[in-house]
Design a protein around this ligand. Structure first.
Ligand SMILES: C[S@@+](CC[C@H](N)C(=O)[O-])C[C@H]1O[C@@H](n2cnc3c(N)ncnc32)[C@H](O)[C@@H]1O
Length: 384
């Protein structure tokens, strides 16, 4: 068993984290009921919002509301329907999306086949390029977070939008011509272009060991040449560290139209996923990832007691990073993928507690998850 990485307690620096955001104000942490059930906030009683200097809205103050089919004409697929799921490495091989997932789609060998990194790049390594998202809940999620806006003619940027399954969930509410996707994985961008020829897919060739191990460090976000009414990033900054998230969020905010809104999701390690979807096993997303990679990679597998201890440490952290099964609690910027070198296709997941996220972005609203998703949301409204 590998030893737990050293903690970097004390190196996390909120003041520094704020550099570049240029935002001063009061953050709202919404703790309203999640989804259709009264399932609580998921916040530990020992972490009172007052400790983080943020403001907590009570349930009566309009927590997110999950759309029913009759309300918005959209349908949120649950896991039983093959819902949100990003294929992991161990699930290599072509994946067939069934009709319930929003149209049948088969990755053939030519599309998803192995991709070989040269020795100078990462050593001889065959990449199973099957990191294709089948999630179709993004539209309903952000529609609820934004309070059901008028989507007609609005320009949407889906940052880290993968193959564009946002459009599947949106149906006719968002036209493909009004949709831009920027993603660092070239293969999913090319796949998206084939699937949605009227939409706009841009490759952002920035380094990420998990998604773009041949990319270039510190590249700026490509400029699509317009400003957006809505910018979303679903489960994207769950794969970057704090400093990269702050940098990219700053860049995205500069791409907003005058009255635009930016919303991105993040994972709070204390959230019990079964609160969002009773069909999911209870517990933190941290446990899910430990079990997934513990099963897959025996050399890094953890015992049940080790997993319990790791989950407990993550839940006590302000923020943390789980790389495969190694946890780094409240680290400094050395865990940024723009300064470190990771293993190609490693699993890199970051977690932020909601009150800490509010201190990083004081003018944002923090929303609890919209069922059946279990990720929180950070929302900025331009000119609000
Ligand atoms: C977990 S998947 C989520 C995909 C999609 N947003 C969804 O909801 O299904 C993460 C996606 O973000 C992309 N990604 C990761 N880091 C990124 C970054 N720094 N900039 C842009 N895209 C990124 C990945 O290539 C991948 O497509």
């Amino acid at each position: 068993m590998s030893a737990l990485p050293e903690n970097n307690v004390g190196t996390g620096n909120v003041g520094r984290a704020n550099v570049g955001t240029g935002n001063v104000g009061t953050a709202n942490v919404r703790t309203g009921n999640v989804g259709t059930g009264n399932v609580g906030t998921g916040f530990s009683p020992s972490q009172e919002p007052a400790e983080a200097g943020s403001h907590v809205l009570g349930p009566a103050e309009a927590g997110p509301h999950v759309l029913g089919p009759a309300e918005a004409g959209s349908h949120v697929l649950g896991p039983a329907e093959g819902g949100p799921h990003v294929l992991g490495l161990t699930e290599a091989g072509p994946h067939v999306l069934g009709p319930a997932e929003g149209g049948s789609h088969v990755l053939g060998p030519a599309e998803a086949g192995p991709h070989v990194l040269g020795p100078a790049e990462a050593g001889p390594y065959i990449l199973p390029w099957n990191l294709v998202s089948t999630r179709t809940t993004q539209f309903a999620y952000f529609d609820a977070i934004l309070g059901h806006p008028d989507w007609r003619g609005r320009k949407v940027l889906d940052f880290g939008g993968n193959i564009g399954t946002f459009l599947v969930g949106a149906g006719d509410r968002v036209q493909a011509d009004d949709y831009w996707c920027i993603d660092i994985n070239r293969e999913v961008v090319e796949q998206g272009r084939r699937e949605w020829p009227r939409a706009h897919f841009l490759h952002f060739d920035r380094y990420s060991p998990q998604y773009n191990p041949r990319g270039t460090r510190n590249l700026p976000i490509p400029d699509p040449g317009l400003r957006f009414d809505f910018i979303f990033a679903f489960s994207v900054f769950t794969h970057t560290d704090r400093s990269e998230m702050i940098e990219l969020v700053g860049g995205l905010r500069r791409m907003l139209a005058p009255r635009g809104a930016l919303a991105f999701t993040f994972c709070d390690p204390r959230w019990d996923r079964s609160q969002s979807d009773p069909s999911l096993p209870p517990g933190s997303d941290v446990r899910k990832m430990l079990e997934r990679h513990g099963d897959a990679k025996s050399r890094s597998a953890k015992s049940r007691a080790e997993m319990d201890a790791i989950v407990a440490r993550a839940m006590r952290s302000q923020w943390c990073v789980l790389i495969d099964t190694d946890l780094y609690v409240d680290p400094g910027d050395e865990l940024s993928n723009q300064v470190r070198s990771g293993n190609a296709l490693e699993s890199y997941c970051s977690y932020f507690n909601a009150e800490y996220m509010a201190t990083l972005f004081p003018d944002a609203e923090i929303h609890p998850p919209v069922s059946p998703e279990w990720q929180h949301c950070c929302l900025f409204r331009n000119g609000a």
